[in-house]
Design a protein around this ligand. Structure first.
Ligand code: NAI
Length: 630
């Protein structure tokens, strides 16, 4: 694609991520006792220069005076800077190389370290305007060439005037001296570049604020390395989502806004106009009204285990997959179960409560080791099977019962019926899911089948146990103790009183549904859900989503990926393929999966195709959403 636009680009904090003289200071002063204070002083001078509070000449003189740098330090600096090229410039090297004739670099920095970076990006030394150092015979930097436009106040303006460039000039930079070129009336557009640093005073005066070079190319309809600038993808994270998720998404180049609180439906509707990814925890409800107010929404991340707060079907019909973190707290539940087994077998809770009340009751009666005891696990899923491994390492003999065929881990043994397991176990622990048919699966009959004197744990779901039957088994001595974390009816907040017949029974540990509540689990949830969202943006993979056809996709390799979400009606795939066949497009791979309501077709194609095809695919009947990735 041709461009007659001329780009004038700043170097420090624009083409590179840092201010080169700050880096040089750190290198030159390394090991000196006053290093930190001098580096801070240099950074403060840099900042005052960038914001227009002092002239360039003053800024350079003051900083060089403090630096005590030599030629050797410049060589070291160049090596450092090569690793600090701004990612969006590095990623768009092909564009820079192709349009190098029309790209100029203006900087009050120094050619000695600027030119190696310029060459690395395929830009032209003859289009690069920078200062030059003056050295003494020993190679110490003693000053700089004052006959250079860029050594003086408003130097970028006089350099531009001297060049007499013809064409539409666009200046890209992060500093006040870049904006000054626009103010002088010599250029057509000033873009404040904020990928590395955001300066309010510069952004306020800009025609446009770009968070990456991709965004500049997008603005100018130029081909980019990416199909869409990631910095234009806005992420809204509510309810104090773990900082690791915020970091992961920012590192990916997405624009992240965070709020510590939940939003009600009205507030959320108002916030959604330009949001592409929404992150919530358990309190924010995602309803049809929210979806209607969110035309750009690509996906929802529920940074928690359950997704009852999200209308999953409505999301699917809007082409929005919902991701959660179902297994991020597995280990936390397993550890609590193990701890509680030991506490129950030693009657610790009972004696500890007694001791708090002043009652000393030293005795071994009714107290046992876990070692050699039989553990019966009901529900051998993620939690049950992990518990199996850890319990065995404590010397327990593990038995399990599951309604589906599950591979026995370690030396665990499978029971054919629940009753078989109940009859032989010294410890019975429930880890079944909450399906409706499991309601009261542990009732009077089942507790009657338990080995006399066994202990019982439920950290799965409240309604799977009949509480009156459990209370009866405890009072009758059928069970020697119990640990319960989940209840048929649970208080909705910490302010509500917990009411249960289990209160006050000896050797019964009651916990307020905290089996999975640890800081590690919170971090796991943050990592896991952020990765699912990032993967969906980058590859289209819907794997792990709770409401979408689950497709795990290979990475993109020299192909363009067409992602088509549609209502599940007959004939869509045929229509997509007939459009591709008509356009003589070479299909490299195709993946289709449907649910009752929607279908998701992913087609990897050769890079060469007419833009008309995209328009036609967008207009296939019953299309919900369509996007292209590369
Ligand atoms: P999972 O889905 O991986 O495993 C559940 C297993 O139970 C499956 O293998 C299933 O076939 C089996 N199952 C279902 N009904 C059964 C029955 N009647 N008899 C025997 N086996 C049956 O689930 P995961 O992740 O292991 O979680 C287990 C339970 O723990 C779930 O109910 C979950 O809600 C709960 N949980 C509780 C937490 C807490 O804070 N207390 C935290 C995390 C999970």
């Amino acid at each position: 694609m041709k461009t007659d636009r001329i780009y004038v680009i700043d170097f420090d904090s624009t083409i590179i991520q840092v201010e080169a003289l700050d880096e040089l200071a750190a290198i030159a002063l390394k090991g000196s006792p006053d290093c930190d204070s001098i580096v801070k002083e240099i950074q403060s001078i840099t900042r005052r220069g960038m914001e227009g509070q002092i002239t360039i000449n003053e800024s350079l003189q003051e900083r060089l005076g403090l630096l005590r740098a030599t030629k050797k330090h410049i060589e070291a600096l160049t090596k450092v800077l090569k690793k600090k090229i701004t990612p969006s410039f590095r990623n768009n090297r092909a564009f820079l190389r192709k349009h190098a004739r029309n790209i100029y670099v203006f900087t009050s920095g120094f050619k000695e370290y600027v030119l190696p970076i310029i060459k690395e990006l395929g830009l032209r030394p003859e289009n690069t305007f920078a200062n030059t150092f003056e050295y003494d015979r020993k190679g110490n930097i003693v000053g700089f060439d004052l006959n250079n436009h860029l050594a003086h106040a408003r130097g970028k303006i006089s350099q531009l005037q001297a060049l007499k460039l013809k064409g539409k000039i666009c200046v890209i930079g992060d500093g006040y001296t870049d904006y000054e070129m626009k103010e002088s009336g010599l250029v057509d557009q000033f873009i404040a570049f904020t990928e590395n640093v955001y300066r309010e005073v510069v952004a306020q005066n800009a025609d446009y604020v770009a968070r990456s070079f991709d965004e500049v190319l997008y603005l100018h309809h130029q081909p980019m390395k990416l199909s869409y600038p990631k910095s234009k993808i806005k992420v809204l994270l509510l309810e104090g989502v773990h900082p690791c998720a915020i970091d992961a998404m920012r590192a990916e180049g997405l624009s992240v806004e965070t709020r510590s609180e939940a939003l009600d439906e009205k507030e959320l509707c108002q916030a959604m106009a330009d949001v592409s990814l929404l992150g919530i925890r358990s309190k924010t409800r995602v309803t049809e009204a929210v979806l209607k107010a969110a035309p750009k929404l690509m996906a929802v991340g529920a940074f928690c285990i359950g997704t009852e707060q999200v209308q999953g079907d409505a999301c699917a019909l809007h082409g929005v997959p919902v991701f959660n973190a179902p297994y991020s707290n597995t280990r936390s539940v397993v550890e609590l179960a193990l701890g509680e087994m030991i506490m129950l077998m030693r009657r610790i809770f009972e004696v500890s409560t007694g001791l708090h009340a002043g009652k000393w009751s030293k005795s071994a009666s009714g107290c046992f080791e876990l070692r050699g005891k039989k553990l019966g696990i009901v529900g051998y899923g993620n939690i049950g099977s992990q518990l199996s491994v850890l319990a065995e390492s404590l010397g327990m003999e593990v038995y399990y019962y599951d309604i589906v065929e599950r591979l026995a881990l370690g030396n665990a043994r499978k029971c054919r019926t629940l009753h078989e397991l109940l009859a032989l176990s010294d410890v019975v622990t429930l880890h079944v899911d909450g399906r409706g048919s499991n309601k009261n699966m542990m009732g009077e009959k089942e507790f009657g089948a338990v080995k006399k004197g066994a202990v019982f744990l439920n950290l799965s779901r409240g309604h799977v146990v009949s509480i009156p039957a459990l209370v009866h088994a405890l009072k009758a001595g059928q069970l020697a103790g119990a640990a319960v974390d989940v209840y048929p009816a649970e208080p909705l907040s910490n302010k509500e009183e917990f009411l249960s017949e289990l209160r006050g029974l000896p050797n019964v540990i009651l916990t307020p549904h905290i089996g999975g509540s640890t800081l590690e689990a919170q971090k796991n949830i943050g990592d896991y859900v952020a990765q699912r969202l990032i993967e969906y943006v980058n590859t289209g993979s819907s794997f792990g989503s709770v409401n979408f056809p689950n497709i795990q996709l290979p990475g993109l390799n020299k192909a363009h990926r067409l992602l088509h979400i549609h209502r599940n009606v007959p004939g869509i795939l045929a229509e997509i393929n007939s459009i591709l066949a008509k356009g003589k497009i070479n299909i490299l791979g195709q993946y289709l999966k449907t649910t009752e309501n929607i279908g998701y077709v992913i087609t990897d194609v050769n890079k060469e195709y007419s833009p008309q095809i995209i328009q036609e695919l967008k207009h296939v009947h019953d299309t919900i959403k369509f996007r292209v990735l590369y």
